[in-house]
Every structure is written in C-alpha cells, then in structure tokens.
Ligand binder design. Structure first.
Ligand code: GLU
Length: 308
C-alpha cells in the first residue's frame, strides 16, 4: 500500500483512544529503583515515514529510559563495523528464558542465544568496545545523528541505579569471560552497558533513529550503514527475539519486527514504509509495555501494515 494512503495523525488519535482504558495497567520496572517511580499513566506513540515526516500522539515527545531498545542499535553498529564474525560469539535463536537468565549459558558454553537477551547484548557491546574503544559514546553519537536530536544523553541516575543493582549482569559477564567470550575487562564493559541502557529518548527520537531499519540499511543522510541483507537479518532477529519471552505473542498480535525495553518503550519496523515507537511504562509479566503492545496491535490491525 502507498504511504500517502495513510492519514497517520488520525490513525494515531484513533489508536490512542482505543488503548486509553489500558494505560496505567501493568507495573513499571521495579528492579531498577530509578524506573519504579515513573508515572505509569503516560502514553505516547510516533510514526516516522521515509520522507522525513514524524507524527505523534500523547506523550510522544517526552523522553524516557530506552533500556533494552538500545540493543538494536549496538547490534547494528557492531555488525556494520565488525561484520559477520559477531555471529561466532552470539546466536540468533529465541531463548525461551527470561532476559537475564544464567541457566542456558552454562550448558551452551558461554555463547548467548541471541543479541537481545542481556548476555547477548553484553557480547555485542564488548565487540563494539573492541572495535571503537568507546562503545557507549559511539552509540550516543549515532543516535543523536539519526534522530536529529543533539540533546540526547545518558541518565546518570539510571546508570548508577543499574550499577548498584547489576549483580546479575556482572555475573553473566564474568561467566562469559570465563569461557573466553568477552575481550574487555568486565567492569569497563558493564559501565558501557549500563550507560547504553540509560540513554533517554522520546518516541519521536526513537522512531526517527530506527528509520535505517525501514530503509533497508540506509542512514538519515543517505549513506549506507548496513547491507540490505544485514538490515533484513536485524529485523528478523527483532521479530523472533525482540520482545523477551513473548516474541511469539508479539509476532501474532503485531506482525512486525519489534524491540522492547523495561522502560516501557517499543520500537517496531514496517520495512520500506515507516518506523513506529510507542511508550507506556506499565509492563506485563514478560516485561513488555501493556498499552504499548496493544497500541501496535491496533495500529497494524487498522492499517494492515505488517510483514505478513
Ligand atoms: N538495563 C537493563 C538490564 O540489563 C535492561 C533491561 C531491559 O530493558 O530489558 O537489566
């Protein structure tokens, strides 16, 4: 269907009305104290089309903690700069386990199932650190450029809060290091990982920043970040592994590649058409935004936009 066929502002208003009864349900992430205090009744959604337009509704310009959504962008940067050898160190299969699980890692010899569980993201950040010498700054620069928002930054309070409560991530990183799957010193790697998770962005920023995935690998300035094939691969891993232990349910309801974070945000991609970002802090038991998933479900149902 032609992009011009959609009246995005009207669609977003309709979606926001339809999911209004759900905003405020679910629970904000509690294991990171700095996130637990966010008002769960907030809801925002944005669409960025490939002509450079961005449309939004509700709290679409309010910055929030992107958390695991950043895993998509570090994966893209590590693949762009280091190529396919990354896949020798991390798999591409759904884990069927919680995002911070240690169990699987032991019987799979320290090679994480996919880049979107914490273990996999730590491997990807380690790789980007080796390639660039400063993984978190590399990521922030990239997000500033792609979103067109030079004011994006780390949230020092969230990063410190994660550091203080990061025993499990530290355990996972040390465990993988014992198998030789981490190259950098673990404390430095964890610092970059926590800074990465703390980046604050709005739905508008995220929808803009994710457009290279809808543009088959082309960046905002027209240069190529990823080959068409690499962009397809990242979208595929998002579809199968991007929404924690509920990727099957997300694919069933939304029908798009998506990546969620425990801050309540989700980015979803309609290849060749647009990028969507939605945010509402109340999470379901798997860690996905209740109103966010419902909004994407509504959006793809109303428009028929889906990869299927
Ligand atoms: N910073 C979080 C952690 O590693 C990321 C959680 C998430 O959004 O999945 O625990």
């Amino acid at each position: 269907m032609d992009a011009a066929a959609f009246d995005y502002p009207a669609l977003l208003e309709r979606v926001a009305r339809d999911v209004a009864p759900l905003t405020g349900s679910g629970t904000p992430a509690e294991y990171i104290p700095a996130l637990a205090s966010v008002d769960p009744r907030q809801f925002g959604m944005a669409v960025a089309d490939l002509d450079g337009n961005v449309f939004g509704v509700g709290d679409w310009q309010v910055p929030f903690s992107t958390q695991s959504i950043t895993k998509v962008f570090t994966l893209a940067l590590a693949l762009a700069q280091g190529g396919d050898s990354l896949w020798e160190r991390v798999g591409r299969e759904p884990s069927g386990n919680p995002f911070n699980s240690l169990v699987q890692l032991e019987y799979e010899n320290g090679v994480p199932r996919n880049p979107f569980i914490n273990a996999g993201a730590l491997v990807v950040t380690d790789r980007l650190q080796t390639l660039t010498g400063d993984a978190s700054s590399e990521l922030l620069d990239f997000l500033r450029q792609e979103s067109g928002n030079p004011d994006l930054g780390f949230d020092a309070e969230v990063a410190a809060s994660e550091q203080e409560n990061g025993h499990r991530n530290a355990a996972v990183a040390h465990f993988m290091a014992s198998y030789g799957n981490i190259d950098n010193p673990v404390p430095a790697l964890l610092e970059h990982y926590f800074w990465q998770c703390s980046i604050e962005m709005s739905c508008a920023d995220l929808a803009r920043a994710g457009r290279f995935l809808a543009r088959h690998g082309l960046r905002a300035d027209g240069s190529r970040l990823l080959t068409r094939s690499e962009a397809k691969q990242i979208n595929a891993v998002m579809l199968t592994c991007g929404t924690y232990d509920a990727a099957g349910e997300f694919a069933y309801r939304v029908g798009l590649p998506g990546k969620s974070g425990v801050g309540g945000g989700i980015v979803a991609v309609v290849p060749g058409q647009c990028t969507l970002a939605v945010w509402s802090p109340g999470l379901d038991a798997q860690g996905n935004s209740v109103a966010g998933v419902a909004a994407l479900d509504r959006f793809t149902t109303l428009t028929g936009l889906s990869v299927f």
